[in-house]
Design a protein around this ligand. Sequence first.
Ligand SMILES: [Zn+2]
Length: 113
Amino acid sequence: MHEMSLAEGVLQLVEDTARREGARRVKTVVLEIGTLASVEVEALRFCFDAVTRTSLAAGAALEIRTVPGAGWCLPCGATVPMVELYGACPRCGSYQVQPTAGTEMRVKEIEIE
Ligand SMILES: [Zn+2]
């Protein structure tokens, strides 16, 4: 499952940060997930719980913020909202849209104590 490796990557980053800061535990992890990132949020939550169970992040709250997708449409010469990767421009119907936002997942904040 693709979400399992994502969850492991997040945990790695969270644990590195927590150790560097000398934290006893991780309280909250805030993730930003783009709507074009092809991440199943429910699957990711499940995997995060599973991989953090025996870590400093056990029981940490996972807060997920959704980043809307956007792209640059060549014919329109404008930034347009995108609901799917390789989707058509909502203004002109062209498929010459380069994604510019919402394609990534990243750790935004980590709250430790
Ligand atoms: Zn367009």
